[in-house]
Design a protein around this ligand. Structure first.
Ligand code: NDP
Ligand code: 2IT
Length: 447
């Protein structure tokens, strides 16, 4: 069967097997659309059914999470873990707690994770998990009881050589701590089963910063290839969680001026450049809304609703909140305002139409699976440190992260060029990530 026909057939099978899961369809479509030239060059992939197997998760877990709130009410949420692909190593990927979570979100994230983890060059397969639990407004004790119930079920399926979860939206150091404690108690094992742990009990220095820092490193690398630098540029960032905060920190360290941040209620614009100490205090310590920022910084302006954020003029746009937050209209405004580079800190924040606009207007576009791979990369380094029972310095972990991000940029650029899509890093990242996974699947036989 010719490559294009096979791709269409595989995509139709995905639609049929996974109805009502548009985010998963979107993620698969983007990858498949890049693979025609790879299949033409490697007929063995076609013969061995690599595509058909790649889009079907190895294992999908759905489970009940019963827990009790502070008033004594019994509550029930739904939990998920998709163990998508283990060709390159144990399943690895974050856990998301957000009311919008359903199987289609976890599948899209798990699918992205396969190729992202491949790009890091470390030995990690792809997986993702989560629950439709809303951590907003919950007390620490409620979050703890929820995490304990979640891991009481999940602990049967994970392990340091099997499946290693980490954080994502709504899951940070606090939640990882509660999950780790419960896992340890049930299994009577102190192992590196989760990453993003506290620094005193097995976490890696630089993991907290890794996704945001990595995003800025790869952005700087891409700018350098075009004879430019972040120094002196205006940067617009969305979100105000883990990724957004540390992208802001590194962009500021490199001389960029970050002028926006947001949460799901609205965004702030600070013409003086955002004050990160204030943001960290509000978001990491007090768990408040970004709106509070303007009560402290009088020159800054808060706008209710998120869509206007991309209307703020900037040189660099780094969407770091959530999927499909930047659409075609927003992309056109960014282009009109002279934006020269877009780096996806979040997973799939730009719609396919927005990506088209960037690619057609010579805006450098860094897709999430390359641009935000720094987080899982340092998770991989945390696993390595745990296996050796040692702890690296911040400098060593950060240097490795920088090296990995530079290599991802280089490998993605070269793959794009080799397969006739020079300058298209969506194609380059998908192809470079895919080839390693496909070769491993070929070598491991029909599994
Ligand atoms: P956090 O929970 O720390 O922060 C998420 C931020 O995004 C918050 O500001 C949140 O606002 C905002 N947000 C969440 N959902 C929506 C929504 N539906 N609409 C608008 N804003 C929203 O998560 P992270 O910073 O860890 O994750 C951000 C993105 O980065 C996600 O796409 C995640 O998958 C991706 N990512 C994370 C990595 C990591 O290491 N943490 C690694 C690689 C990618 P609010 O508080 O109002 O919900
Ligand atoms: O999307 C991602 O890469 C993450 N949320 C981080 C996963 C991890 O295992 O560190």
């Amino acid at each position: 069967m010719p490559a294009n026909e096979l791709i269409q057939t595989v995509y139709e099978q995905v639609l049929k097997r996974n109805p009502g899961e548009p985010e998963f369809h979107q993620a698969v479509r983007e990858v498949l659309d890049c693979l025609g030239p790879v299949l033409d060059k490697n007929p063995d992939y076609v013969k061995a059914g690599i595509l058909e197997r790649l889009v079907e998760p190895e294992r999908q877990l759905i489970f009940r999470i019963p827990w009790q709130d502070d008033k004594g009410n019994f509550r029930v949420n739904r939990g998920f873990r998709i163990e998508f692909n283990s060709a390159l190593g144990p399943y690895k990927g974050g856990i998301r707690f957000h009311p919008s979570v359903y199987i289609g979100i976890i599948k899209f994230l798990g699918f992205e994770q396969i190729l992202k983890n491949s790009l890091t060059g470390l030995m990690m397969g792809g997986g993702k998990g989560g629950a439709d639990f809303d951590p907003k407004g919950k007390s620490d004790n409620e979050v703890m009881r929820f995490c304990q119930s979640f891991i009481t079920e999940l602990c049967r399926h994970i392990g340091p050589d099997t499946d290693i979860p980490a954080g994502d939206i709504g899951v940070g150091g606090r939640e990882i701590g509660y999950m780790f404690g419960q896992y340890k108690r049930i299994r009577n094992e102190f192992t590196g089963v989760l990453t993003g742990k506290g620094l005193e009990w097995g976490g890696s220095l630089a993991r907290t910063e890794a996704t945001g820092y990595g995003l800025v490193y790869i952005t700087e690398e891409a700018l350098k290839a075009n004879g430019k630098s972040i120094d002196g540029m205006t940067v617009s960032i969305s979100g105000s969680g883990n990724v957004a905060i540390y992208a802001t920190e590194k962009a500021q360290q490199l001389g960029g001026k970050v002028i926006t941040l947001s949460d799901s209620n609205g965004f702030i614009y600070d013409p003086d450049g955002v004050n990160l100490d204030t943001v960290k205090q509000l978001k990491e310590v007090e768990r408040k809304r970004i709106k509070q920022y303007v009560a402290i910084h009088k020159n800054a302006k808060y706008t209710e609703g998120c869509s206007g954020i991309w209307g703020v003029k900037c040189d660099i746009a780094l969407p770091c909140a959530t999927q499909n937050e930047l659409d075609e209209d927003a992309a056109k405004i960014l282009v009109k305002n002279g934006c020269i580079i877009v780096g996806e800190g979040a997973n799939m924040p730009c719609t396919p139409e927005a990506v088209e606009v960037f690619l057609n207007n010579n805006v450098v576009f860094l897709p999430g699976k390359a641009a935000n791979a720094g987080g899982v990369a340092v998770s991989g380094l945390e696993m390595a440190q745990n296996s050796q029972r040692i702890a690296w310095t911040f400098e060593k972990a950060e240097a490795e992260l920088k090296n990995i991000m530079t290599t991802i940029y280089k490998n993605s650029s070269e793959a794009a060029e080799e397969y006739g899509r020079a300058g298209n890093l969506v194609a380059g990242a998908n192809i470079a990530g895919f080839i390693k996974v496909a070769n491993a699947m070929l070598a491991q036989g029909l599994v």
